[in-house]
Design a protein around this ligand. Structure first.
Ligand code: FRU
Length: 450
């Protein structure tokens, strides 16, 4: 009853980070961390899917399995890059002998995009500089100024988190360059990434151990970015990418139009009280693909245009006078897999929207125009984790919501802020209700059933 319809989720077992995202030979490839044996963090394989349009996905055989001496305790996260028309995957081979960790940065190559030949480690455990522990993982490889770079999440021997860079001219021989974090990023930084467009650059990271600070950093671990160039080590202003509950270990890639696209994991390490485990033997999903744009020193995230292909039935209503409460079922609007766009006026009004509503069950998004706070409340969502997340937002002009069987993604003002999370409602909680203490007219509501 909770298996998502348009978010990528595993057929069974546990999904975590998106890996190896790439547009290669006219097709999109997505891999993800998958434990096919149980809904727990062990035995990580790389599951593999491909698509022509980022919407219709075809499952392919498992790309990487943890069955070699250099990855026997898990083919951990990594990335993809093309060279000479071949698909190169870089990943971390996790090895544990008598509970002593070793980390190998490994390469696997494919010529047909289906079968991957493991080439073994390109950076050995013994090559990890002595300043770092064996928490050394998640290679993201890209080209910068004509040279291949690999950023890796690392932990210093004083048990603080950082990111390091290696470089290479051939993708085979790698040399350590330097550390690129200066500042307090907890005890470990996972899944680093780097994006640039003509004008702007950003370092993306998933630090573990940042303390909560008011509305900020309330999840167990964070994922966010610093607007800066790769080696701009003095810049530390860290901004969360998502304001919701579950969002971690995102990765970027370029789509066919050379736009930076981001996909994240709708999940959080060490949190496994998800009702889908007991009831349906699977857990976690990936976010929809989001187009990134850096504006005003901030990353904006918009749902990828191709998602419009999901739209089946369309209902548009205009000039809706909001007098107290409106139950959208009066316009035939309800469901558990849909896209809802609410266009608001230029002057922001208070608004509350209940999703997946039935009786007292509801997941509520709200905006308080005095406190200038947007929030998502899942205290009455049904089963699973509860809580409220909030963020500062100056004005609210547009709310763009994607609802799936157990996940919601809410984009505000064309991606200025995003709230992502899992909810586990009962299957007949299908209502949508809009309320406000103010009287005003909503210019337009668009609803698309998937
Ligand atoms: C992030 C992470 C990565 C690691 C992978 C293992 O969620 O911990 O650092 O490579 O998951 O599945």
């Amino acid at each position: 009853m909770w298996k998502n319809k348009f978010h990528i989720s595993p057929p069974f077992g546990l999904l975590n980070d998106p890996n190896g995202l790439i547009f290669w030979n006219n097709e999109y490839h997505i891999f993800y961390q998958w434990n096919p044996n149980a809904c727990e963090h062990a035995s990580k394989h790389w599951a593999h899917l491909k698509s022509k349009n980022l919407v219709d996905w075809e499952s392919l055989p498992i790309a990487l399995s943890p069955n070699d001496w250099f990855d026997k305790n898990g083919c951990y996260s990594g990335s993809a890059i093309e060279k000479d028309n071949k698909l190169y995957l870089f990943y971390t081979g996790n090895v544990k002998n008598n509970n002593v960790r070793e980390s190998y940065q490994c390469l696997a190559i494919s010529t047909n995009g289906v079968d991957f030949e493991k080439k073994g480690p390109v950076i050995h455990d013994k090559d990890i500089p002595k300043e770092y522990t064996k928490h050394f993982r998640d290679p993201k490889v890209f080209i910068k100024d004509g040279v291949y770079k690999m950023v890796l999440g690392a932990q210093r021997v004083d048990l603080t988190g950082t990111i390091v860079v290696f470089s290479s001219h051939n993708l085979i021989d790698w040399s350590f360059e330097q550390e690129i974090i200066n500042g307090n990023f907890g005890f470990m930084c996972e899944c680093p990434d780097f994006i640039e467009d003509k004008k702007n650059k950003a370092l993306i990271l998933s630090p573990q151990g940042i303390k909560a600070d008011g509305d900020l950093f309330n999840n167990r671990y964070q994922s966010g970015y610093i607007i800066r160039d790769l080696y701009d080590i003095e810049k530390n202003d860290f901004i969360e990418l998502d304001r919701g509950f579950e969002f971690y270990a995102p990765q970027t890639f370029k789509d066919e139009n050379n736009k930076n696209i981001l996909i994240g994991w709708i999940g959080m390490p060490e949190e496994l009280e998800h009702p889908s485990i007991e009831k349906e033997n699977w857990v976690h999903s990936l976010t929809i693909p989001r187009v990134l744009e850096i504006k005003k020193n901030k990353i904006f995230q918009k749902p990828h245009n191709n998602l419009k292909k999901l739209r089946k039935e369309k209902i548009i209503i205009e000039s809706i006078y909001l007098e107290n409460t409106i139950d959208l079922s009066r316009y035939n609007i309800s469901g558990d897999t849909y896209e809802l766009i609410i266009h608001l006026n230029d002057f922001s009004e208070d608004i509350e929207i209940d999703l997946r509503k039935n009786g007292n069950e509801r997941t509520t998004f709200s905006f308080d125009s005095i406190k200038k706070r947007a929030s998502l409340n899942r205290n009455f969502s049904g089963y699973g984790y509860k809580g409220i997340r909030k963020c500062y937002l100056k004005d609210l002009k547009k709310i763009h919501i994607f609802v799936d069987k157990c996940s919601v993604e809410i984009f505000l003002n064309d991606g200025e802020e995003v709230f992502t999370g899992n909810i586990y409602p009962n299957k007949d909680s299908l209502g949508i209700e809009i309320r406000s203490k103010m009287l005003f007219t909503i210019p337009k509501i668009e609803f698309y059933k998937f």
